[in-house]
Design a binder for this molecule. Structure first.
Ligand code: ADP
Ligand code: MG
Length: 474
């Protein structure tokens, strides 16, 4: 019987449809076009190399089964991959991919990149319209160098000079909150854009990437999403720790990562901890994070803090006496964001009260905003802050109730009491309606577990920490 190529493919599609979810079917199989049938070899055309890789990795058995059903045990499948012409700079490339069914992939027609609907709501991806999402004020000039950031800064600089060419690919910058990860990431991006304006640099936070992916899935636009990211020359992705536990996003990112990396595109990532401590991330993704260079940002030392204060004040046109600079640098040693917060308050105090910035004003301001946690925060204050945060009554934290949201708030308040006060476990239990010390131990453990596994929860804890630390005067 003489089967036409599309008849065979339609038959395959019917078989495949039975076996996979509708969503996956429309994402990965609808875009395929049957090309030709020669004997027992069916050739299908797929939109990109990425697409081919994805099919081979995820649907090889489904495809094999369908081909066998349609063409018998000797049936073979070949792919024809549409190859885009790349950027203006690089010549079009051809692919010759092996395939698990023993067929070869034929070189397909070359064609210009089509106008994808990018996740950043671009009407077109022609170079003129590409927005890098970079913030101009975060550049290398404003990023003060110190021992705490020297390695990361110079690696960033090297990458910015020769993106994709150095062995720092990917470049992974990690460090605690407020230590300059986002600033440095933007600085690298801005520098590249300045030196190599034809490159498509893209900055994206991991949260944004996750949300874009979710909505692409919902709107059946996963292909557009992927195609958009595959065109990026320099991908800067901030706070990858938020990928934890998001398996589908990790999977898509893994493929985008591989594809960009293989094509010599630069990837820059930031994270709040070193790759080895990133929990909830797939091993294969983590192993790739370690391919290039991992550089950390540490808490700024005294001299760097002085330099940062001077530079920022100068940039704002504010004259500030040397003893005040030193006083601030000495008093706020946690991170740069807090240091900036204090400077802003100081400037605000000075202009509100029409007072010169002097040591006395600095001391007053600082007393009003920063309270030393060890000595100043008591269980009462923790209970008040946590119950306000969760819109509960403080008494409920001490009551017998086992309502889930109250139990969690109570555990969090116990956790902070253990972290931030010198009370014994027994005493903490006493302050929470006379509970015993094992309840407190259990609370601390539960909170730690949830911090490790639940991003929203971890964010709430970070919020609360900030609230507990910064008490703004009335
Ligand atoms: P992170 O992303 O690590 O939480 P950010 O990059 O947002 O931290 O930095 C917090 C603030 O501190 C930003 O306003 C940033 O400009 C500033 N900052 C951090 N490091 C430096 C530095 N080395 N020099 C100047 N400003 C810095
Ligand atoms: Mg950041």
């Amino acid at each position: 019987m003489q089967n036409s190529c599309s008849q065979v493919w339609n038959y395959c599609l019917d078989v495949i449809k039975e076996q996979i979810p509708e969503q996956s079917f429309s994402t990965w199989f609808s875009p395929i076009t049957p090309m030709k049938l020669e004997g027992e070899v069916l050739t299908i055309q797929v939109p990109s190399q990425f697409f081919y890789e994805w099919l081979e990795e995820h649907y090889v058995n489904v495809l094999k089964h369908a081909i066998t059903q349609a063409l018998g045990p000797n049936g073979k499948l070949e792919y024809s991959v549409i190859v885009d012409t790349g950027s203006n700079l690089s010549a079009p490339y051809t692919v010759n991919l092996p395939n698990t069914n023993g067929g070869a992939v034929k070189q397909a027609d070359k064609r210009q990149m089509k106008d994808y609907k990018g996740p950043f709501q671009l009407s077109s991806v022609s170079q003129d319209f590409l927005d890098s999402q970079l913030c101009a004020k975060y550049n290398f000039d404003t990023f003060i160098e110190g021992d705490c950031n020297r390695l990361a800064r110079s690696a960033g600089h090297a990458v910015a000079k020769k993106p994709g060419v150095t062995s720092f690919n990917p470049l992974m910058v990690y460090g605690g909150v407020g230590l300059g990860k986002t600033h440095l990431a933007h600085a690298i991006g801005n520098e590249i854009k300045q030196n190599l304006p034809e490159k498509f640099v893209l900055y994206v936070s991991s949260e944004k990437f996750i949300n874009q992916f979710i909505s692409a899935v919902q709107n059946n636009e996963v292909q557009d999403f992927i195609n958009f990211y595959l065109q990026v020359d320099i991908l800067i992705i901030d706070d990858v720790q938020f990928f934890a536990g998001k398996e589908k996003t990790q999977e898509i990112f893994f493929h985008i990562f591989n594809h960009l990396h293989q094509s010599g595109k630069q990837i820059i990532m930031t994270s709040d901890c070193p790759p080895r401590d990133l929990k909830g991330l797939e091993e294969r993704l983590l192993s790739r994070f370690k391919w290039g260079l991992t550089a950390d940002l540490q808490q700024p030392d005294f001299e760097t803090r002085i330099a940062i204060i001077r530079t920022k004040m100068e940039a704002d046109g504010i004259d500030i006496p040397e003893d005040v600079v030193e006083y601030l640098a000495y008093s706020v040693d946690t991170n740069v964001r807090e240091l900036e917060g204090v400077m802003i308050s100081l400037i605000a105090q000075s202009s509100l009260n029409r007072k010169e910035v002097d040591l006395e004003l600095a001391k007053q301001t600082l007393q009003n905003i920063v309270h030393d946690i060890e000595t100043e925060v008591g269980i009462d204050y923790i209970q008040k802050t946590v119950s306000e945060y969760y819109k509960l009554n403080t008494e409920e934290l001490k009551a017998k109730t086992r309502k889930k949201e109250i139990v969690i708030a109570r555990q969090i308040a116990m956790y902070f009491s253990k972290e931030y006060t010198n009370h014994s476990l027994k005493s903490i239990g006493y302050h929470f309606g006379g509970r015993d010390h094992s309840t407190v131990i259990h609370a601390v453990q539960s909170v730690n577990d949830m911090i490790d596994t639940n991003t929203n929860f971890r964010n709430s804890i970070e919020d609360l920490k900030r609230k507990l630390k910064m008490r703004v005067a009335v």
